[in-house]
Design a protein around this ligand. Structure first.
Ligand SMILES: [Zn+2]
Length: 635
């Protein structure tokens, strides 16, 4: 998964005990599944399933732990219209009183099949009920939203034969093999529940498909669906970058573990920006103008490389705590600093190697990312490993308070760990070997169809030692348990670069600001606020714990009204920060706190402050070497 400027959302998590009773009674016959998306624009998905059963106690469960989401967040609250039918008569079900995801019933004598129907109500906005998956013009179907399966069965063992209807005139794309297509619907190859849930469908009124590896096997495709025909068109330069990305992963791993790969890209302002990895595809959701707006393109450049890298790290190979037999068994997230962290590192590096980010763009991304991690006050109480262990809480945590709580830092902070490892290997081997050699050995091997090979931390340590001898266990332990002050920037320095601050805005922050409509003074006053007239207009989104703004009394949720007596906007705020450099007076923020107005005085006289990378004199530019294309240029 890859998360971006998230909207604040609070999700209630329900702690559940695991219960086992009433062993599932299903035969080996595939479950017949029919899904109707024709009402997707009004946010309802309909599903009907037919299970082969025997008379007696029977229980069906709704997927709870969703792969790639690392949390027990299957959106059960919006599963409605649940009805069971056998022998042509309704069968009473009762929800398990402890496990909200389990529906229990007794199959009547003589019945060989049980029909189950449900409607899934899609939320219009991200929140406690989950995330939206459809707009008026497109829809994404992660199959876990609409399936039930026999309790206690393994998702590899349960087979599904799925049939799908989409709105008239809409096209579709999925990694799932199609066997038949007619006006009555689309029929898919019978697959395991694992493959079904791993193969979402993107459908929409405006769709295009682009070949990313012409004439080559396996095939790679970019499938776009947008809220308008114009925005579904991928500019040729974007296709060149993605073709180079495909070539770069070939050079990196030397093997692929899929039959074909489909990027599914939903371009709409009505879904939350996100990416979710799958073995043979990825479910990517970005703002509608992403392929046609320089700031949006820049801000999302590492998304597709990140999700693609997951096909190797996350799907083919996965930490054993995340390789669960079904979607009810709890996942253990402690190695997400490898699953997500290494992926985040290579997502960024591959954005550079494929030409998506030019060197100076990569530098600006790294500068702001590492400066943020370095300044994170929450590191003093919570170590990096704890952000991974508690990711099931942190994914749904609101933005406000994130500097002290810590967000899902095992993405960004782990980039430092892996840059550290990469540069250390290069140093120890005199530039002969690198982290790429580890990737090739650990994730490459023989090319294959999708399969899962779990790993432990010891496996990673052993594989790294085969590339360059080092006490890798201790190397990782120090880094995942460090409290600072400050992050461990040794890897950045070994790569030939250091972070410096000046008053020139960081270009990556500028893109983020433009894309998120959020002014950010995190390295000076220490707060961010939503642009006037934007969603959550004028609201203080977050205040850095211990910052000058926090000391002055500013808090998230307050509304900014005026700066130094003048109605605020981002320019007025920046002018006030500049003016305070030559003044002893504090900057005065007039804020609305619920029904009350108050003036917050911020004592800051050092002007605007933004991070950038600067070369360390006398050190080789290893970062440049790492981010340089490794495959021949495609055209
Ligand atoms: Zn990810």
């Amino acid at each position: 998964m890859r998360m971006f400027w998230r909207k604040a959302s609070a999700v209630a998590m329900i702690a559940l005990a695991c219960v086992t009773c009433a062993v599932a009674q299903s035969s080996g016959k595939p479950v017949k599944l029919e899904v109707d998306l024709r009402e997707a624009p009004r946010r309802i998905y309909h599903a009907k399933m037919e299970f082969a059963v025997k008379p007696g106690p029977f229980a069906l469960v709704y997927p709870k732990w969703i792969p790639g989401e690392h949390a027990p967040n299957g959106p059960i609250v919006d599963v409605t219209g649940v009805k069971f039918l056998a022998n042509g008569r309704e069968v009473q079900w009762r929800r398990n009183t402890v496990d909200m995801y389990a529906f229990e019933c007794t199959v009547p004598a003589g019945a060989e099949t049980l029909e189950a129907t449900l409607d899934y109500l899609l939320p219009a906005e991200a929140g406690a009920a989950g995330v939206p998956s459809s707009s008026a013009q497109l829809a994404v179907l992660p199959w876990n939203l609409v399936v039930l399966y026999p309790r206690d069965s393994k998702s590899d063992d349960v087979k599904f034969s799925a049939k799908l209807r989409v709105p008239a005139g809409w096209k579709f794309a999925t990694a799932l093999p199609v066997t038949k297509q007619s006006s009555e619907g689309i029929e898919f190859e019978t697959v395991s529940l694992t493959t079904l849930v791993d193969s979402p469908v993107l459908t929409g009124a405006h769709m295009n498909t682009y070949d990313l590896s012409p004439g080559k096997n396996p095939a790679h495709r970019l499938n776009t669906a947008a809220d308008s025909a114009a925005m579904a068109e991928a500019p040729p330069e974007q296709i060149t970058i993605l073709r180079q990305l495909v070539a770069e992963t070939g050079a990196l791993f030397g093997a692929r573990h899929y039959r074909h790969y489909d990027f599914l890209l939903a371009l709409t302002d009505h879904l939350q920006t996100n990416g979710l990895e799958h073995h043979e595809s990825s479910d990517n959701r970005v703002p509608e103008r992403t392929m046609h707006d320089a700031d949006l393109t820049e801000a999302a450049m590492d998304l597709l490389p990140h999700e693609f890298f997951h096909s190797w790290n996350g799907k083919f190979r996965r930490p054993e705590g995340l390789a669960t037999p079904n979607y009810q068994e709890p996942m253990r997230d402690e190695l997400l600093w490898i699953y997500e962290g290494l992926t985040q590192y290579y997502g960024v590096i591959l954005a550079g190697r494929s030409g998506g980010w030019k060197p100076e763009e990569l530098h600006e991304y790294i500068a702001v990312t590492f400066a943020r991690v370095d300044a994170r006050p929450g590191r003093t109480w919570r170590d990096l490993e704890d952000t991974a262990i508690s990711s099931q809480l942190l994914y749904s945590a609101r933005e406000a308070g994130s500097s002290w709580r810590r967000p899902v830092d095992y993405y960004e902070e782990s980039e430092l760990i892996w840059l550290d490892a990469d540069t250390l290997i290069r140093e120890k081997t005199g530039g002969k070997r690198s982290l790429d050699d580890f990737c090739r050995a650990f994730y490459g091997g023989e090319g294959s169809e999708p399969r899962l090979v779990p790993y432990t931390l010891d496996d990673v340590v052993t594989a790294l030692n085969a590339i360059a001898t080092n006490d890798w266990k201790k190397f990782f332990e120090v880094r995942i348990h460090s409290h600072g002050p400050g992050a461990q920037l040794a890897g950045l320095e070994r790569s030939g670069w250091k972070i410096v601050f000046n008053a020139t805005m960081n270009e990556h922050e500028k893109s983020e600001e433009s894309a998120g409509h959020l002014v950010d003074t995190e390295f000076s006053l220490g707060f961010s606020a939503h642009y006037p007239g934007s969603e959550n207009s004028d609201e203080v989104a977050d205040v850095v714990f211990g910052s000058p703004a926090a000391k002055g009394g500013l808090a998230p949720g307050m509304k900014l009204v005026a700066v130094n007596g003048r109605k605020w906007n981002p320019d007025i705020l920046r002018e006030a920060i500049l003016a305070a450099k030559s003044s002893k007076e504090p900057i005065e923020l007039l804020v609305e706190n619920e029904d009350f107005y108050q003036t917050v005085k911020v004592d800051w006289h050092e002007g605007e402050r933004y991070p950038h990378l600067e070369r360390i004199v006398g050190k080789a530019d290893l970062l440049g070497e790492i981010a340089k294309a490794k495959a021949p240029a495609v055209r």
